[in-house]
Design a protein. Structure first.
Length: 123
């Protein structure tokens, strides 16, 4: 009655490729998956997107990466997908440079009202 082995074979689950938009939570990533759907009234294809919460066990992916995910058993209330592989890496951004530029801009904005008040008081 059984065929050769006692192991049950798992069915292949569909895999989805999406873009990581958030990596702020440990072992969880937000992945946006875009697809085309036909509008029921106008019969035109409309771009839709779905946000998936994905389990990333080793915290490998970063924001901006294209990843392949697969459906799995529920890991939490919202997580039912897990990371299979990273397809392409996103651009590396040095946050220290961005923070220093932002602080410089803030300092310049702080100085401008003080200079304007001094010039008005001097007249």
């Amino acid at each position: 009655m059984t065929s050769g082995s006692d192991k049950q074979t798992r069915r292949l689950r569909p895999r989805i490729i999406g873009l990581v938009t958030s990596d702020k939570v440990a072992k969880t990533r937000k992945v946006v998956f875009e697809y085309l759907a036909r509008h029921p009234k106008y019969n035109k294809f409309v771009k839709r997107q779905t946000v998936l919460h994905v389990h990333d066990e080793n915290n490998e992916s970063r924001s901006g990466d294209h990843v392949e995910v697969m459906q799995c058993r529920p890991i939490s209330k919202t997580k039912t997908y897990r990371l299979v592989r990273i397809v392409t890496r996103g651009p590396q951004v040095d946050l220290s440079v961005i923070k220093t530029e932002a602080s410089r801009m803030f300092e310049k904005k702080k100085e401008q009202p003080a200079q304007a008040a001094a010039s008005v008081a001097g007249n």
